[in-house]
Design a protein around this ligand. Structure first.
Ligand code: SF4
Ligand code: SF4
Length: 363
């Protein structure tokens, strides 16, 4: 794997002080900045759609904690009202998640009618009607043998591809655990053959989890190399960047690197996610004290792709001190928008080497 050879930027201060206008003098940087900043209006909240799932996976964060016991509100009009109220308080983007949203397509439909931008997290085994034009994130946790072992589902990838090949809504999300790193090659080859899009997630342990999926320093390093290797091998299919790889495989989790802005870790209600984000349960209740996009995940171990999408993109100013770091951040935001927003096409990455998160080393 040669992907990690070449230039690596460490945390030493930039060679000089850069004004933002000087950074934008590079037309590639300016064009990308203009492209991504049009989406700064996005304000997300997340919603548990159903307390049922058609499979049972080891390490599932939904079936941790007490949110799984919330009563399920199945009334479409109650959901419509909720979406309207959400719009009123400034929410422009919804993430429909736990347990399995495809179990309640009629509720997803209502959400889409009221709130046209959003994404659904699904295991991909039950097709979500095309009338719901949200991005659909289909979870893959290894090859079929592993899926059978951990998720108790047979021929999982084949069934997911059958449902979603050629569907512009679909992005397959491969979650790296300690044990499935090499298996991604088989999965990526299969997805590329069917012209599917793929991005990467990191297993982030639920609170109290003590099983074998949790990452170690060695598995983080190996995962980083593998991510970059696949980014170079399948540039048309893999939605990712060098900086994504650094951020999500760093020895420190996202909270240590960037100070998580979700309410659960952020007492401030003045601006941003701390002010607007809510995580609704299936009974349409919410609780600020536990609100984040992956509730019941252990914050120290949190490297989740959904968390990074909000936490890293919110740190514009910390990345705007020199061109290299700003390019890395733009790649991250460009990747995130391509994964989460219908109709947004990812551009070529601007920064093709490892750049350290501000104030940290590269590993
Ligand atoms: S498919 Fe998702 S919600 Fe269902 S058990 Fe697995 S991780 Fe949990
Ligand atoms: S689990 Fe992740 S996203 Fe949630 S509060 Fe902790 S660090 Fe933030």
């Amino acid at each position: 794997m040669d992907a990690l050879k070449g230039k690596q930027t460490d945390t030493t201060a930039p060679d000089r002080e850069w004004k933002f206008s000087e950074i934008l003098a590079d037309h590639k940087i300016r064009d990308r900045w203009e492209k991504v900043r049009q989406y700064f209006f996005l304000r997300e909240s997340t919603y548990d759609m159903s307390n049922r799932c058609n499979i049972k996976c080891e390490g599932c964060y939904y079936f941790e904690g007490d949110k799984q016991f919330a009563r399920q509100n199945k009334d479409p009009e109650a959901w419509r009202e909720l979406m309207r109220a959400e719009k009123e308080r400034g929410i422009t983007y919804v993430v429909l998640a736990g347990a399995e949203p495809s179990m309640v397509p009629e509720l997803c439909e209502v959400c889409y009618q009221e709130m046209p931008l959003g994404a659904i997290a699904s295991n991909g085994l039950k097709f979500i009607p095309e009338s719901i034009q949200y991005k659909i994130h289909i979870s893959a946790w290894g090859n079929d043998e592993t899926s059978f072992k951990i998720r108790n589902a047979k021929n999982m990838l084949g069934r997911q591809i059958e449902n979603y090949k050629g569907d512009p809504r679909a992005v397959f999300v491969y979650t790296f655990t300690r044990d499935n790193i090499d298996q991604v090659y088989e999965v990526a080859a299969n997805l590329a053959e069917h012209d599917c899009q793929l991005t990467f997630n990191m297993f982030s342990a639920p609170v109290g989890y003590d099983g074998s999926l949790r990452h170690t320093a060695d598995s983080l390093d190996k995962t980083r190399k593998t991510m970059i290797d696949l980014l170079l091998k399948y540039p048309r299919n893999v939605l990712f960047s060098y900086y994504n790889a650094v951020v999500h495989t760093h020895r420190s989790g996202l909270h240590d690197l960037y100070a998580c802005s979700y309410p659960r870790m952020n007492p401030s209600t003045d601006i941003g996610l701390g002010r607007s984000f809510r995580q609704y349960r299936t009974d349409l209740s919410w609780n600020r004290d536990v609100a984040c996009c992956v509730p019941d995940t252990d914050c120290v171990d949190c490297r989740h792709y959904a968390s990074g999408s909000a936490v890293v993109t919110a740190r514009l100013f910390r990345h705007a001190g020199d061109p290299d770091r700003f390019k890395a951040w733009l790649d991250y935001v460009d990747t995130y928008l391509a994964i989460w927003v219908m109709g947004y096409d990812k551009g070529d990455n601007l920064c093709n080497h490892l750049v350290a998160p501000p104030g940290h080393e590269v590993f």
